[in-house]
Design a protein around this ligand. Sequence first.
Ligand SMILES: N=C(N)NCCC[C@H](NC(=O)CCC(=O)O)C(=O)O
Length: 447
Amino acid sequence: MSGCEANFDGLVGPTHHYAGLSFGNEASTKNQNAVANPRLAAKQGLLKMKALADLGFAQGILPPHERPHLSTLRKMGFGGSDREVLTKAQAYSPRLLSSLSSASAMWVANAATVSPSADSADGRVHFTVANLNNKFHRAIEAETTSAILRATFHADKYFAHHDALPQVAALGDEGAANHNRLCGAYDKPGVQVFVYGRDGLVKDGNEPVRYPARQTRLASDAVARLHQLDEKRTVFIQQNPHAIDSGVFHNDVISVSNANVLFHHEQAFVNSGKALDEIRKKMAALELDFQPIEVPQSKVSLDDAVATYLFNSQLLSKTDGKMMLVVPEESRQHAGVWAYLSALKDSGGPVDQIEVFDLRESMRNGGGPACLRLRVALNRNELNAVNVASLVSDSQFTRLNTWVDTHYRDRMQAKDLADPQLLTEVRTALDELTNILGLGAIYPFQR
Ligand SMILES: N=C(N)NCCC[C@H](NC(=O)CCC(=O)O)C(=O)O
């Protein structure tokens, strides 16, 4: 198969903690105030990256953001020295400081939507940074995400970068977590599938009632337009509001695609049969055979899917033509889900290997294997144009692992965030990291 799918994983930042900031994400709510271990979190993520790189997959890394986010605090009127800003913000509202200190940028499936060059009219890879408008702690990610993506994929000839959509609820955009692509070879035209939770402009009675629908159709349409996609090869599907109300706050908690396979839960979409038919027809026009793997509610309930993150998995093509599913340890711990996975592996279908990773630190905030990675399908020239130090090699892994050991604390709670020493530690670490990754000045404090 020509071309490749490179996975760029977000590295967990030094202020990783459990703040209960994401209403609608049940793990986030459940684990509010638990004690986090940023060092362990970063190392769990690095181990996944290393393991996949060792298996021969193209693996990249995206750095964490600067937190606490002093520039937002200053914009909100907290003045004086950095130390004073932190003290005043903590006195005003510990929850505000916590929101502006979240390490949520680790979940880079929400960093941007990416369309490969084979699908875009101008023949370039398009990136639109997600505005993450539904959550305050995430809406502040866009600016640094944009700087990071532009530094990582910097050749204009190959890569087109779009800023985040305007920061309004009607244009709520959560990036690649609500986007799938079905294809044959990664560098040949495919069918892009955008999944949205609500319209954005009008209420049609199909919205969830308990939890927010973060992604709007208005935003998905805008991204498809920006990426110069052909409507004959684009599909828009509404996410099942009942699934959102059950804790499926992003579509990647209930479905994942790779090549011509869509692994999904039976209750993932509104009018599922019609949606799958449209994908099938549009793929057939490209002479591609669509292979959906639909998991029935009777085998894995929505609640179990949310609790185990079975679908927040990475589906990866191996050189032998078969696929491997990368799942979190929580999927192995659940007898019913593990029985389903064992049967899937032995079914004679496309998936014949299951790999399990311990990502507990991230999982406790609702971030599984797929949340931690941004898929970028590339042809050979494009892969060669990626900032080389952003690719995970043995030597980069060793440097990064040592960097984490040197700079990260092994315990973090909201009350630690006002410590001015923490800000110094973060800035020292990030300054060093931009050197390791050769990214230049990407953080506000470096400018
Ligand atoms: N499904 C994907 N692609 N990403 C998962 C994102 C998890 C993230 N959690 C948080 O932001 C929790 C932070 C806290 O509560 O401390 C979110 O809800 O946006």
